[in-house]
Design a protein around this ligand. Structure first.
Ligand SMILES: *Cc1c(COP(=O)(O)O)cnc(C)c1O
Length: 390
Protein backbone atom coordinates (compact mmCIF):
# COMPACT_ATOMS: atom_id res chain seq x y z
CA UNK A 1 0.00 0.00 0.00
CA UNK A 2 1.37 3.42 -0.90
CA UNK A 3 1.40 5.60 2.18
CA UNK A 4 0.35 9.22 1.90
CA UNK A 5 1.56 11.74 4.46
CA UNK A 6 -0.73 14.75 4.82
CA UNK A 7 0.34 15.87 8.30
CA UNK A 8 3.16 18.30 7.51
CA UNK A 9 1.97 20.80 10.13
CA UNK A 10 2.79 18.20 12.80
CA UNK A 11 6.24 17.56 11.39
CA UNK A 12 7.93 17.29 8.00
CA UNK A 13 10.27 14.80 6.33
CA UNK A 14 13.91 15.88 6.43
CA UNK A 15 15.06 17.09 3.01
CA UNK A 16 17.96 15.05 1.55
CA UNK A 17 20.41 17.97 1.54
CA UNK A 18 19.51 18.67 5.16
CA UNK A 19 19.96 15.05 6.21
CA UNK A 20 23.40 15.02 4.56
CA UNK A 21 24.51 18.19 6.35
CA UNK A 22 23.21 16.90 9.69
CA UNK A 23 24.88 13.51 9.29
CA UNK A 24 28.18 15.13 8.30
CA UNK A 25 28.13 17.34 11.39
CA UNK A 26 27.20 14.39 13.61
CA UNK A 27 30.06 12.31 12.23
CA UNK A 28 32.79 14.87 11.66
CA UNK A 29 32.23 17.91 13.88
CA UNK A 30 32.20 16.70 17.46
CA UNK A 31 34.03 19.59 19.12
CA UNK A 32 32.40 21.83 21.71
CA UNK A 33 31.82 25.26 20.15
CA UNK A 34 32.94 26.87 23.43
CA UNK A 35 36.36 25.17 23.34
CA UNK A 36 39.36 27.25 22.37
CA UNK A 37 41.23 24.52 20.45
CA UNK A 38 40.90 23.63 16.77
CA UNK A 39 38.08 21.13 17.37
CA UNK A 40 36.11 23.78 19.19
CA UNK A 41 36.76 26.42 16.55
CA UNK A 42 35.61 24.08 13.81
CA UNK A 43 32.34 23.52 15.69
CA UNK A 44 32.05 27.26 16.32
CA UNK A 45 32.38 27.92 12.59
CA UNK A 46 29.61 25.41 11.81
CA UNK A 47 27.42 27.07 14.45
CA UNK A 48 28.09 30.53 13.03
CA UNK A 49 27.26 29.40 9.50
CA UNK A 50 23.93 28.03 10.66
CA UNK A 51 23.24 31.23 12.57
CA UNK A 52 23.91 33.36 9.51
CA UNK A 53 21.61 31.24 7.35
CA UNK A 54 18.74 31.39 9.85
CA UNK A 55 19.24 35.15 10.28
CA UNK A 56 19.25 35.71 6.52
CA UNK A 57 16.08 33.66 6.13
CA UNK A 58 14.11 36.07 8.34
CA UNK A 59 15.93 39.33 7.60
CA UNK A 60 17.71 39.46 10.97
CA UNK A 61 21.24 39.94 12.28
CA UNK A 62 23.08 36.75 13.33
CA UNK A 63 23.69 38.19 16.83
CA UNK A 64 19.92 38.40 17.33
CA UNK A 65 19.42 34.63 16.89
CA UNK A 66 19.28 32.31 19.91
CA UNK A 67 19.26 28.62 19.11
CA UNK A 68 16.79 26.56 21.13
CA UNK A 69 15.43 23.02 21.07
CA UNK A 70 12.45 24.09 18.94
CA UNK A 71 9.25 26.08 18.80
CA UNK A 72 8.02 25.21 22.27
CA UNK A 73 11.22 26.32 23.93
CA UNK A 74 11.41 29.48 21.82
CA UNK A 75 7.87 30.43 22.84
CA UNK A 76 8.64 29.72 26.49
CA UNK A 77 11.87 31.73 26.37
CA UNK A 78 10.16 34.68 24.70
CA UNK A 79 7.20 34.87 27.06
CA UNK A 80 8.85 33.91 30.35
CA UNK A 81 12.04 35.82 29.49
CA UNK A 82 10.22 39.06 28.72
CA UNK A 83 7.79 38.69 31.64
CA UNK A 84 10.65 38.35 34.11
CA UNK A 85 12.65 41.22 32.64
CA UNK A 86 9.75 43.65 32.28
CA UNK A 87 10.03 46.93 34.18
CA UNK A 88 7.81 49.89 34.96
CA UNK A 89 4.96 47.87 36.40
CA UNK A 90 4.29 46.06 33.15
CA UNK A 91 3.04 42.75 34.45
CA UNK A 92 0.33 41.79 31.99
CA UNK A 93 0.70 39.23 29.20
CA UNK A 94 -1.70 39.07 26.27
CA UNK A 95 -2.07 36.39 23.56
CA UNK A 96 -4.48 35.36 20.86
CA UNK A 97 -7.06 32.71 21.73
CA UNK A 98 -5.95 30.45 18.85
CA UNK A 99 -2.26 30.27 19.80
CA UNK A 100 -0.36 26.98 20.02
CA UNK A 101 -0.42 25.23 23.41
CA UNK A 102 3.20 26.26 23.94
CA UNK A 103 1.97 29.83 24.22
CA UNK A 104 -1.40 29.21 25.88
CA UNK A 105 -0.13 26.89 28.58
CA UNK A 106 2.85 29.13 29.27
CA UNK A 107 0.50 32.04 29.84
CA UNK A 108 -1.63 29.85 32.06
CA UNK A 109 1.41 28.84 34.12
CA UNK A 110 2.41 32.48 34.56
CA UNK A 111 -1.06 33.76 35.39
CA UNK A 112 -0.94 35.08 38.93
CA UNK A 113 2.80 34.26 39.17
CA UNK A 114 4.50 37.13 37.37
CA UNK A 115 1.34 39.02 36.57
CA UNK A 116 -2.03 38.82 34.90
CA UNK A 117 -2.86 37.36 31.50
CA UNK A 118 -5.58 37.85 28.93
CA UNK A 119 -6.61 36.19 25.68
CA UNK A 120 -7.87 38.03 22.63
CA UNK A 121 -10.62 36.28 20.71
CA UNK A 122 -10.78 35.84 16.95
CA UNK A 123 -13.54 36.58 14.47
CA UNK A 124 -15.45 33.84 12.64
CA UNK A 125 -12.69 33.74 10.00
CA UNK A 126 -10.09 32.82 12.61
CA UNK A 127 -8.32 36.18 12.71
CA UNK A 128 -7.34 38.39 15.66
CA UNK A 129 -8.74 41.83 14.90
CA UNK A 130 -7.00 45.13 15.73
CA UNK A 131 -10.14 46.20 17.62
CA UNK A 132 -10.03 43.04 19.72
CA UNK A 133 -6.37 43.54 20.54
CA UNK A 134 -6.79 47.24 21.34
CA UNK A 135 -9.38 46.33 23.95
CA UNK A 136 -7.02 43.90 25.69
CA UNK A 137 -4.03 46.26 25.89
CA UNK A 138 -3.46 48.24 29.06
CA UNK A 139 -0.60 50.41 30.31
CA UNK A 140 0.46 47.40 32.40
CA UNK A 141 0.88 45.13 29.36
CA UNK A 142 4.43 43.88 28.87
CA UNK A 143 4.00 41.55 25.91
CA UNK A 144 1.56 40.48 23.23
CA UNK A 145 1.99 37.10 21.54
CA UNK A 146 0.21 36.62 18.21
CA UNK A 147 1.06 33.74 15.91
CA UNK A 148 1.89 34.39 12.26
CA UNK A 149 0.10 31.36 10.75
CA UNK A 150 -2.19 29.05 12.67
CA UNK A 151 -1.19 25.38 12.81
CA UNK A 152 -4.74 23.95 12.69
CA UNK A 153 -6.47 26.06 10.05
CA UNK A 154 -3.55 27.87 8.39
CA UNK A 155 -4.98 31.37 8.74
CA UNK A 156 -2.45 34.17 8.49
CA UNK A 157 -2.74 36.77 11.21
CA UNK A 158 -2.30 40.50 10.43
CA UNK A 159 0.84 40.55 12.59
CA UNK A 160 2.32 43.77 11.19
CA UNK A 161 -0.88 45.69 11.84
CA UNK A 162 -1.31 44.22 15.34
CA UNK A 163 2.36 44.81 16.17
CA UNK A 164 2.15 48.48 15.16
CA UNK A 165 -0.81 48.90 17.46
CA UNK A 166 0.99 47.27 20.39
CA UNK A 167 4.25 49.11 19.87
CA UNK A 168 2.38 52.43 19.92
CA UNK A 169 1.51 51.58 23.50
CA UNK A 170 5.02 50.51 24.46
CA UNK A 171 4.13 46.82 24.41
CA UNK A 172 6.62 44.24 23.13
CA UNK A 173 5.38 41.82 20.47
CA UNK A 174 6.23 38.16 20.02
CA UNK A 175 5.11 36.08 17.08
CA UNK A 176 5.12 32.30 16.81
CA UNK A 177 6.17 31.92 13.17
CA UNK A 178 6.66 28.15 13.38
CA UNK A 179 3.96 27.52 10.76
CA UNK A 180 4.78 30.42 8.45
CA UNK A 181 8.52 29.95 7.91
CA UNK A 182 8.92 28.03 4.66
CA UNK A 183 5.33 28.70 3.59
CA UNK A 184 5.17 32.47 3.23
CA UNK A 185 7.86 35.18 3.36
CA UNK A 186 8.88 35.98 6.94
CA UNK A 187 10.75 39.21 7.54
CA UNK A 188 11.22 40.40 11.11
CA UNK A 189 11.58 44.10 10.21
CA UNK A 190 8.53 44.06 7.98
CA UNK A 191 6.47 42.37 10.67
CA UNK A 192 7.61 44.97 13.19
CA UNK A 193 7.77 42.48 16.04
CA UNK A 194 10.39 42.16 18.80
CA UNK A 195 10.63 38.38 19.12
CA UNK A 196 9.94 35.56 16.68
CA UNK A 197 9.93 31.77 17.14
CA UNK A 198 10.75 29.19 14.48
CA UNK A 199 11.35 25.44 14.46
CA UNK A 200 13.46 23.40 12.05
CA UNK A 201 11.32 20.27 11.91
CA UNK A 202 8.37 22.22 10.52
CA UNK A 203 10.33 23.14 7.37
CA UNK A 204 12.13 19.93 6.46
CA UNK A 205 14.84 20.26 9.08
CA UNK A 206 15.67 17.86 11.92
CA UNK A 207 13.79 17.79 15.21
CA UNK A 208 15.35 19.35 18.29
CA UNK A 209 16.59 22.61 16.81
CA UNK A 210 14.78 25.91 16.55
CA UNK A 211 15.47 29.56 17.15
CA UNK A 212 14.18 32.62 18.90
CA UNK A 213 14.92 35.89 17.17
CA UNK A 214 15.29 38.69 19.71
CA UNK A 215 15.46 42.25 18.42
CA UNK A 216 18.67 43.88 19.54
CA UNK A 217 18.18 45.75 22.80
CA UNK A 218 15.17 43.74 23.96
CA UNK A 219 15.35 42.93 27.67
CA UNK A 220 14.97 39.20 28.30
CA UNK A 221 15.94 36.87 31.15
CA UNK A 222 17.53 33.55 30.27
CA UNK A 223 15.43 30.58 31.33
CA UNK A 224 18.25 28.04 31.28
CA UNK A 225 21.17 29.21 33.38
CA UNK A 226 24.65 27.78 33.32
CA UNK A 227 27.28 28.34 30.67
CA UNK A 228 27.49 31.52 28.65
CA UNK A 229 26.32 30.01 25.37
CA UNK A 230 24.12 32.03 23.02
CA UNK A 231 25.34 35.34 24.51
CA UNK A 232 24.11 34.35 27.95
CA UNK A 233 20.58 33.84 26.74
CA UNK A 234 20.45 30.01 26.66
CA UNK A 235 22.89 27.87 28.61
CA UNK A 236 23.96 24.40 27.54
CA UNK A 237 26.24 22.89 24.91
CA UNK A 238 24.60 23.44 21.57
CA UNK A 239 22.88 20.57 19.70
CA UNK A 240 25.31 21.06 16.86
CA UNK A 241 24.18 18.39 14.33
CA UNK A 242 20.55 19.50 14.57
CA UNK A 243 21.52 23.18 14.44
CA UNK A 244 23.64 22.53 11.35
CA UNK A 245 20.56 20.80 9.91
CA UNK A 246 18.43 23.83 10.79
CA UNK A 247 20.94 26.02 8.96
CA UNK A 248 20.82 23.71 5.94
CA UNK A 249 17.01 23.80 5.97
CA UNK A 250 17.17 27.62 6.04
CA UNK A 251 19.65 27.66 3.15
CA UNK A 252 17.46 25.27 1.20
CA UNK A 253 14.59 27.75 1.47
CA UNK A 254 16.85 30.68 0.61
CA UNK A 255 18.23 28.97 -2.47
CA UNK A 256 15.15 26.87 -3.29
CA UNK A 257 17.50 24.53 -5.09
CA UNK A 258 15.20 21.60 -4.44
CA UNK A 259 11.96 22.83 -5.95
CA UNK A 260 9.02 20.71 -4.95
CA UNK A 261 7.75 18.49 -7.78
CA UNK A 262 4.22 19.86 -7.66
CA UNK A 263 3.16 23.19 -6.37
CA UNK A 264 1.87 22.61 -2.84
CA UNK A 265 -0.84 25.26 -2.96
CA UNK A 266 -2.14 23.83 -6.22
CA UNK A 267 -2.32 20.38 -4.63
CA UNK A 268 -4.10 21.72 -1.56
CA UNK A 269 -6.65 23.53 -3.72
CA UNK A 270 -7.19 20.39 -5.80
CA UNK A 271 -7.71 18.33 -2.64
CA UNK A 272 -10.09 20.86 -1.14
CA UNK A 273 -12.14 21.24 -4.31
CA UNK A 274 -12.24 17.47 -4.72
CA UNK A 275 -13.48 16.83 -1.19
CA UNK A 276 -16.09 19.60 -1.31
CA UNK A 277 -17.50 18.27 -4.57
CA UNK A 278 -17.30 14.52 -3.84
CA UNK A 279 -18.32 14.45 -0.17
CA UNK A 280 -21.64 16.05 0.80
CA UNK A 281 -21.91 17.83 4.15
CA UNK A 282 -18.38 19.24 4.11
CA UNK A 283 -17.14 22.78 4.73
CA UNK A 284 -13.76 24.48 4.94
CA UNK A 285 -12.87 25.97 8.32
CA UNK A 286 -11.09 29.31 8.06
CA UNK A 287 -11.42 29.41 4.28
CA UNK A 288 -12.67 33.00 4.34
CA UNK A 289 -9.36 34.52 5.38
CA UNK A 290 -5.80 34.53 4.01
CA UNK A 291 -4.24 31.10 4.60
CA UNK A 292 -0.89 29.41 4.08
CA UNK A 293 -0.95 27.33 0.92
CA UNK A 294 -0.51 23.86 2.40
CA UNK A 295 -3.29 23.64 4.97
CA UNK A 296 -6.94 22.68 4.67
CA UNK A 297 -9.18 22.14 7.67
CA UNK A 298 -12.47 20.55 6.71
CA UNK A 299 -15.51 19.59 8.74
CA UNK A 300 -17.44 16.44 7.82
CA UNK A 301 -20.95 16.84 9.15
CA UNK A 302 -22.10 13.94 11.32
CA UNK A 303 -18.71 12.22 11.39
CA UNK A 304 -16.41 11.78 14.40
CA UNK A 305 -13.06 13.20 13.30
CA UNK A 306 -11.22 10.58 15.36
CA UNK A 307 -12.99 7.72 13.55
CA UNK A 308 -12.26 9.32 10.20
CA UNK A 309 -8.60 9.71 11.10
CA UNK A 310 -8.35 6.02 12.01
CA UNK A 311 -10.19 4.90 8.88
CA UNK A 312 -7.84 6.98 6.72
CA UNK A 313 -4.84 5.60 8.58
CA UNK A 314 -6.00 2.09 7.65
CA UNK A 315 -5.84 3.26 4.02
CA UNK A 316 -2.28 4.49 4.61
CA UNK A 317 -3.30 8.13 4.70
CA UNK A 318 -2.01 10.30 7.57
CA UNK A 319 -4.03 13.34 8.64
CA UNK A 320 -4.73 15.05 11.96
CA UNK A 321 -7.73 16.12 13.97
CA UNK A 322 -5.98 19.16 15.37
CA UNK A 323 -7.72 18.58 18.68
CA UNK A 324 -5.83 17.65 21.78
CA UNK A 325 -6.64 14.36 23.44
CA UNK A 326 -6.46 15.11 27.14
CA UNK A 327 -7.03 12.52 29.84
CA UNK A 328 -8.83 10.16 27.50
CA UNK A 329 -11.52 12.63 26.55
CA UNK A 330 -11.38 14.27 23.17
CA UNK A 331 -11.43 18.02 23.67
CA UNK A 332 -12.87 19.94 20.74
CA UNK A 333 -10.24 22.14 19.08
CA UNK A 334 -9.77 25.43 20.97
CA UNK A 335 -9.12 27.10 17.63
CA UNK A 336 -12.42 26.07 16.05
CA UNK A 337 -14.26 26.83 19.28
CA UNK A 338 -12.72 30.31 19.42
CA UNK A 339 -14.01 30.88 15.87
CA UNK A 340 -17.50 30.25 17.21
CA UNK A 341 -18.06 26.77 15.79
CA UNK A 342 -20.14 24.32 17.80
CA UNK A 343 -18.34 21.54 19.72
CA UNK A 344 -20.01 19.18 17.27
CA UNK A 345 -18.49 20.85 14.21
CA UNK A 346 -15.14 21.15 15.95
CA UNK A 347 -15.16 17.41 16.68
CA UNK A 348 -15.98 16.51 13.09
CA UNK A 349 -13.07 18.45 11.57
CA UNK A 350 -9.90 17.11 9.99
CA UNK A 351 -6.68 18.91 9.11
CA UNK A 352 -4.94 18.05 5.86
CA UNK A 353 -1.47 19.60 5.65
CA UNK A 354 0.64 19.05 2.55
CA UNK A 355 4.31 19.43 1.77
CA UNK A 356 7.49 18.02 0.32
CA UNK A 357 6.90 14.71 -1.47
CA UNK A 358 3.15 15.01 -2.00
CA UNK A 359 1.89 14.45 -5.55
CA UNK A 360 -1.27 14.82 -7.59
CA UNK A 361 -1.72 11.06 -7.33
CA UNK A 362 -1.73 11.35 -3.50
CA UNK A 363 -4.45 13.97 -3.60
CA UNK A 364 -6.55 12.06 -6.12
CA UNK A 365 -6.31 8.90 -4.03
CA UNK A 366 -7.62 10.73 -0.94
CA UNK A 367 -10.53 12.18 -2.91
CA UNK A 368 -11.24 8.69 -4.24
CA UNK A 369 -11.39 6.87 -0.88
CA UNK A 370 -13.02 9.59 1.26
CA UNK A 371 -16.64 9.38 0.03
CA UNK A 372 -16.91 5.66 0.82
CA UNK A 373 -15.35 6.05 4.27
CA UNK A 374 -17.55 9.01 5.17
CA UNK A 375 -20.70 7.18 3.96
CA UNK A 376 -19.82 4.19 6.11
CA UNK A 377 -19.10 6.28 9.23
CA UNK A 378 -22.31 8.26 8.79
CA UNK A 379 -24.32 5.05 8.42
CA UNK A 380 -22.73 3.65 11.59
CA UNK A 381 -23.43 6.87 13.48
CA UNK A 382 -27.04 6.78 12.30
CA UNK A 383 -27.45 3.18 13.45
CA UNK A 384 -25.87 4.02 16.80
CA UNK A 385 -28.26 6.90 17.28
CA UNK A 386 -31.23 4.68 16.36
CA UNK A 387 -30.13 1.95 18.80
CA UNK A 388 -29.85 4.52 21.56
CA UNK A 389 -33.44 5.58 20.85
CA UNK A 390 -32.38 9.01 19.63
C1 LIG B 1 4.79 22.66 16.13
C2 LIG B 1 4.49 24.01 16.65
C3 LIG B 1 5.12 24.50 17.81
C4 LIG B 1 6.06 23.64 18.61
O1 LIG B 1 7.28 23.46 17.97
P1 LIG B 1 8.25 22.28 18.47
O2 LIG B 1 9.50 22.51 17.69
O3 LIG B 1 7.57 21.01 18.11
O4 LIG B 1 8.43 22.46 19.92
C5 LIG B 1 4.83 25.77 18.22
N1 LIG B 1 3.97 26.55 17.54
C6 LIG B 1 3.36 26.14 16.43
C7 LIG B 1 2.42 27.06 15.73
C8 LIG B 1 3.58 24.85 15.95
O5 LIG B 1 2.95 24.43 14.86
Amino acid sequence: MTRIYLDHNATTPVAPSVADATARALRDVFGNPSSVHAWGQEAKTALDEARSAVARLIGAEPTEIVFTSGGSESNNLAIRGVAEAARGGRRRLVAGAIEHEAVLRTLKALDGQVGTTALVGVDERGVVTPEGLAEALTDETALVSVMHANNEIGTIQPVAELAALARDRGVLVHTDAVQSVGKIPVDVRGLGVDLLSLSGHKFNGPKGAGALWIRRGTRLHAQLTGGRQERNRRAGTENLPAIVGLGAAARRLLEAHEPEPDDVTGLRDRLEAGILSEVPGTAVNGGGSPRVGNTSNISFHGVEAESLLIALDLEGIAVSTGSACSSGTLEPSHVLRAMGFSPHRAQSSIRFSLGLGNTRADVDRVVEVLPGIVDRLRALAGRGAAAAGR
